[in-house]
Design a protein around this ligand. Structure first.
Ligand SMILES: Cc1ncc(COP(=O)(O)O)c(C=O)c1O
Length: 436
């Protein structure tokens, strides 16, 4: 047996038995040797094909969708990839949300049911329409909107249910769609983190009235900025098209100043679309690798007391794993705070983050809801009760316990996943030495 083989075999045995090599070693944060010394994969990943695609657009001089064909091609390809009838490309995910909410007829004075555990864009898209975001607490086991609590939040002002497939894993679409149908409310999926995620074998973003995607730099499919709306509703996509094109519908040529409605310019550029076409090529393979590594990581982490990986609902058949999320229970780490745990983890060569803070408690949001325009649109009693009505105690707790790893870490090797688990076990074994 060569030395290298012996070392690997010993490490494999240690991992399989749950005993980390060096689990009792001095923590890196205290001057010990880190579990990992190499960085995780960088992002984005580019090839010569990306360069050629962007350069071809550059040379063509056709940089905007009215003159080029790249955005049209991307829309066709992405719709096909998702199994949606229609796709409308937009400047970014935020504009996909703003445009869809317009297309669904959202008006000032309406309410939209949203999760507090999301990126702020989900909420800003509602505020742009001078509609009122109403928060529904989080299911702590999955990190998703608690679909069981949605119905109780509906009022006569509710117009849209806006779940987010947070981390790339599906929200409970069966329950959400059933509630939507019962109350004749549109369900708009914020799938900005969920490229190729699935619910019951069908892609997320194709279940509700529409789905919104982001292609911002950190996303699993990326063109720096970019977004898309997917839908099976032809009228909706036409309303969205006109809105994102300054009120000019598809049949109006670009030189013709004829408007069917109000709107804005939220168009995707030809550069973005060309890049997305080439970035889409490795997407399936990368997604598969993320899934395999995430499954392996979960099998290791769930054996560690106090580490609770986010669960999936039964209907979830595939996660995009834009984020790998788990709950950290400090009581299993001698009371070591989550933030100190993250520092110790970083010192071991494993970068993690504490994720979102409670959005529903943001001072900017309270100011927006008490602003002149909201006071003109909503009864005083509605606005005064808003803060109390939007308490999300489960989410508050979750925000203090969550730990995230980024999707790029899941593009590492199987051994990389073992190092993550090893670092956590090592910290757990010495946690008492970090607690004063
Ligand atoms: C859940 C969610 N919604 C909306 C957005 C907004 O997308 P973008 O940054 O492309 O505007 C993002 C991405 O940042 C997101 O993660």
């Amino acid at each position: 047996m060569t030395r290298r083989f012996f070392v690997n075999a010993a490490a494999a045995t240690a991992v399989a038995s749950g005993v980390a090599s060096g689990a009792n070693g001095k923590l890196a944060i205290q001057g010990g040797t880190p579990v990992r010394t190499t960085p995780f994969p960088s992002w984005p990943k580019t090839t010569a094909a990306d360069e050629q695609a962007v350069s071809a657009v550059l040379k063509s001089g056709r940089w905007y969708r009215g003159w080029g064909k790249q955005v049209d091609k991307f829309e066709e390809t992405y719709a096909r990839l998702l199994g949606a009838k229609y796709c409308l490309a937009t400047a970014n995910g935020t504009s996909a949300l703003i445009t869809s909410l317009h297309g669904l007829g959202l008006q000032p004075g309406d309410e939209v049911l949203v999760p507090p555990y999301t990126f702020v864009a989900t909420i800003n898209a509602v505020l742009v329409h001078h509609a009122l975001p109403v928060f529904v607490d989080t299911d702590p086991a999955t990190f998703q909107i608690d679909a069981r609590k949605v119905e109780a939040a509906i009022t006569e002002r509710t117009k849209v249910i806006l779940p987010v497939h947070i981390g790339g894993t599906a929200a409970d679409m069966d329950t959400l769609l059933a509630v939507g149908a019962r109350h004749k409310l549109a369900v708009l999926e914020d799938a900005c983190q969920a490229h190729l995620g699935e619910w019951r074998g069908r892609k997320v973003g194709t279940w509700g009235a529409a789905g919104c995607f982001s292609f911002q730099n950190s996303k699993n499919l990326n063109s720096g900025e970019g977004g898309a709306i997917t839908t099976n509703d032809e009228d909706l996509v036409e309303r969205c098209f006109a809105f994102h094109n300054n009120g000019r519908g598809r049949k109006v040529d670009s030189y013709h100043f004829a408007y069917t409605q109000n709107g804005a310019n939220l168009r995707m550029t030809e550069f973005q679309a060309a890049l997305l076409m080439t970035q889409m090529r490795p997407l399936q393979e990368q997604s598969k690798l993320r899934e395999e590594n995430a499954a392996h990581l979960t099998s290791l982490l769930k054996e560690i007391p106090g580490i609770e990986p986010a669960r999936w609902y039964d209907g979830c058949t595939r996660s995009a794993y834009h984020l790998y999320m788990f709950r950290y229970r400090s009581e299993h780490f001698h009371g070591l705070s989550r933030d100190r745990f993250l520092e110790a983890l970083k010192a071991e060569g494993i970068p993690g983050s504490g994720g979102y803070t409670p959005l529903n408690k943001e001072p900017f949001l309270k100011n927006a809801v008490q602003s002149r325009v909201y006071q003109a649109l909503y009864p005083k009693a509605t606005l005064d009760a808003w803060e109390e009505r939007n308490q999300c105690p489960v989410n508050d707790k979750l925000c203090g316990e969550a730990v995230w790893f980024t999707q790029t870490m899941l593009l590492d090797t199987r051994q990389g996943m073992e190092q993550i688990a090893e670092a956590i076990r090592k910290i757990q074994a010495s946690a008492h030495t970090l607690v004063s």
